[in-house]
Design a protein. Structure first.
Length: 194
């Protein structure tokens, strides 16, 4: 996969799968995320071992990662994590990270669409997202995509500073998500961003 796309502001971006050779670019991208974004992530993405694990999990087929490049810099990354246990093999989990300067330009939705297509190719039937309660923008994005809140687990997780936070779990049936995504794209200026 290697797609050239244009954002709402005309910026040309390349979407492609993460490769082993992208380690330095990925490190620079993850390190550039503001602290207020990184605080809600599951792991410290500035840690070298974490970066190695990200690359390794992609290579092993445990996940599918898409990056967005503006020239030679990663400006967004998306993940479809595949569940390998038989009883949950039909599940996948999506995660998205978009640089602050590239938000509200359609990039997150483009990556989500590509992750959705990867989910179909992997025969995923249900997609979940997990986030902490303060991540209202992410909750809004996934709600607009057709995800429904399944559970709120009070004080279930700790952010990277050690503060307990509510965990929000949202779920979406892949077929239903496609219908929602098509409606959203018809109502937006998606044609202009392709």
């Amino acid at each position: 996969m290697n797609k050239n796309v244009k954002l709402k502001d005309g910026t040309e971006i390349v979407l492609r799968q993460l490769k082993k050779k992208d380690r330095k670019l990925l490190t620079a991208f993850l390190s550039s995320l503001p602290k207020e974004d990184r605080i809600y992530l599951r792991v410290d993405v500035t840690d070298k071992e974490t970066i190695k694990q990200i690359i390794k999990s992609s290579k092993l087929g445990e996940s599918r990662r898409i990056i967005a490049l503006d020239k030679e810099n990663i400006v967004a990354a998306g993940l479809l994590e595949l569940e390998k246990r038989k009883w949950k093999k039909h599940f996948g989990e999506i995660r998205l990270l978009v640089s602050k300067d590239y938000r509200r330009k359609g990039l997150g939705m483009m990556i989500a669409r590509e992750l959705y297509l990867l989910a179909i190719s992997e025969k995923v039937e249900e997609i979940i997202v997990k986030m902490m309660k303060p991540q209202v923008a992410a909750i809004d994005i996934f709600s607009r995509m057709g995800f429904k809140q399944e559970a709120v687990l009070p004080d279930y997780v700790k952010d990277l500073e050690g503060t307990k936070r509510d965990l929000i779990i949202m779920r979406c049936d892949v077929n239903e998500m496609w219908k929602e995504l098509e409606e959203y794209l018809e109502d937006s200026d998606w044609q202009r961003t392709r």
